[in-house]
Design a protein around this ligand. Structure first.
Ligand code: NAP
Length: 291
């Protein structure tokens, strides 16, 4: 099984590559765009000819598309860029999947919901509030309309091992380790279901092998506000002078509206993989010395 991961220098793509490289049945190429790593090839979805490897010769059975513009507030103030990177890039990847007759896996978000009464199941009605959410939904719908052999995975608040440590949990660990007096202002009223990127990678691996199609929510059992999440991280650093100040979202001046009671329900994936257990933030923090 040949898998091409677009965005293996990133959080989710990188963890998917780690899982797949451990599987002898999978032959994987992962790409970077602006951040080269030792085990990725250069690839730009808008200019596939410029890749540093021969995609035609590789002819992937599966394409995993994780490339996106994920900065939600930047998307709100730069809607054209958001459209190009979130919708336009997906259109380009659909063309690639058509060319190679590959399965197409796309990563989406709980920002397709309005956050009035989350967590949400796959069948719940969507109603994105932000430009980012609208564009991710448009990309999902483009795939549903144009390409049958697809899997759309929705996730939220993803954390995990990551070469650049960009995710929120890794950021907090770094800040806590600095031992500097500092107060972080975080929303008390934004709730979601965090998930370890490694769990996402493990399940995507299994879903590829089982030839799954359709839309799936992947999330842990934890339903936490940003403040609760940060406090859990800080509880592992009892000597840190880092402080958290909980504030309502309306006081933060964020450009993009947030789905406040967001998060994802996972009955569907749990029914199909009853032996799989999502890890917790506590599990990840216990092994944090490794990164
Ligand atoms: N992280 C979350 O909490 C979260 C939550 C919900 C949904 N998602 C979705 O999950 C997906 C992956 O998120 P992530 O957190 O893993 O993001 P990430 O760490 O920023 O990774 C994105 C990857 O895409 C690559 N990329 C960007 N532009 C590209 C282009 N033009 N051509 C080819 N590759 C390109 C990046 O390469 P370089 O870095 O090398 O430039 C990077 O490897 C996104 O679709 C996002 O919307 C993430």
């Amino acid at each position: 099984m040949k898998v091409f991961i677009i965005g293996a220098s990133g959080l989710i793509g990188g963890n998917c590559m780690t899982c797949m490289r451990r599987d002898p049945d999978m032959d994987v190429i992962g790409s970077h765009f602006s951040f080269a790593t030792l085990d990725t090839e250069y690839f730009n979805v808008f200019d596939p000819q410029a890749a540093t490897f021969d995609l035609n010769a590789f002819a992937p059975d599966v394409i995993l598309h994780t490339g996106a513009l994920t900065h939600v507030d930047y998307c709100e103030t730069h809607p054209d860029e958001s459209y190009r990177h979130n919708v336009g890039s997906t259109r380009a990847v659909i063309e690639l999947a058509e060319k190679f007759k590959s399965k197409l896996i796309f990563i989406s978000t709980d920002y397709v919901f309005d956050g009035k009464n989350g967590p949400y199941a796959e069948t719940d009605p969507v109603n994105p509030l932000s430009v980012y959410g609208k564009h991710k939904l448009e990309a999902e719908n483009l795939i549903r309309e144009k390409y049958a052999d697809h899997v759309i995975i929705r996730v939220t608040n993803v954390y995990g091992h990551e070469i650049r440590g960009k995710n929120f949990v890794s950021f907090l660990i770094r800040e806590a380790r600095k031992c500097e007096e500092k107060t972080l202002r975080l929303p008390v009223d934004q709730f979601a279901t965090p998930v370890n990127a490694f769990d996402v990678g493990a399940l995507i691996c299994a879903m590829i092998k089982d030839k799954k199609t359709g839309t799936y929510h992947l999330a842990s059992d934890e339903y936490l506000s940003r403040v609760e999440l940060a406090e859990k991280v800080l509880s592992f650093f009892p000597g840190s002078p880092l402080r958290i100040e909980g504030v309502p979202t309306r006081d933060l001046g964020q450009a993009a509206p947030r789905p406040l009671r967001g998060g994802l329900k996972t009955a569907k994936i749990r029914n199909e993989y009853p032996g799989f257990t999502f890890s917790t933030l506590h599990d990840f923090l216990e092994e944090h010395d490794g990164f």
